[in-house]
Design a protein around this ligand. Structure first.
Ligand code: K1U
Ligand code: ZN
Length: 169
């Protein structure tokens, strides 16, 4: 396993639309292992492959809290089959927009279909932080960032802040 670099705004690679995966094979599992290690090290609760500059439709996530045992999850070619009309606000962050947090409203519940680490097709419903995180990560697959939901002023301030911090580092 290896740590990968997480790309940050305004890197144009974050705007790419990611490509579907053909087969869940050992090469893809190696990518997912690297992504999970990179996400834990950041630290974060989710990561899309495009954030490590691999534009494939792959997401990793772990929503285990504090002292709980790790609970890694893998989503290959995820699709949203259904969204609730009800929406919930949540203060989101993003490893590609470090140290910026703001509220985004999204459907409270979604029904998903995806392939897991073993290439098996799974359907399940997500709610709470799981629903927030999977929708945030699936936006990455379309080249959309949570700051794209904010005002133009807030978005440009966020990008400027990340650029300034990167230059200083
Ligand atoms: O960059 C990403 O897509 C990961 C992002 C996921 C996310 C967080 C909050 C709402 C929606 C999506 C993060 O993990 S940001 C870091 C974070 O939330 C966190 C870090 C350490 C402990 C707990 C949370
Ligand atoms: Zn993100």
């Amino acid at each position: 396993m290896a740590l990968r670099d997480i790309i940050t705004v305004p890197d144009p690679r974050l705007k790419q639309v990611s490509t579907p995966v053909d087969t869940v094979d050992d090469d893809l599992r190696a990518l997912m292992d690297d992504m999970l290690e990179t996400m834990y090290a950041a630290p974060g609760i989710g990561l899309a492959a495009v954030q490590v500059a691999v534009p494939l439709r792959v997401i990793v996530m772990d929503l285990a809290k504090g002292e709980d045992a790790p609970a890694p999850r893998y989503f290959v070619n995820p699709e949203i089959l259904w969204r609730s009309d009800e929406v919930t606000p949540y203060e989101e962050g993003c490893l590609s927009v470090p140290d910026i947090y703001d509220e985004v409203e999204r459907p409270s519940r979604v029904k998903l279909r995806y392939m897991n680490y073993h290439g098996e097709t799974v359907e399940e419903e997500a709610e709470g932080v799981f629903a927030v995180c999977i929708q945030h990560e699936m936006d990455h697959l379309e080249g959309v960032l949570f700051i794209d939901y904010l005002s133009r002023l807030k978005r440009s301030r966020a990008v400027a802040k990340v650029k300034k911090a990167a230059k200083a580092a």
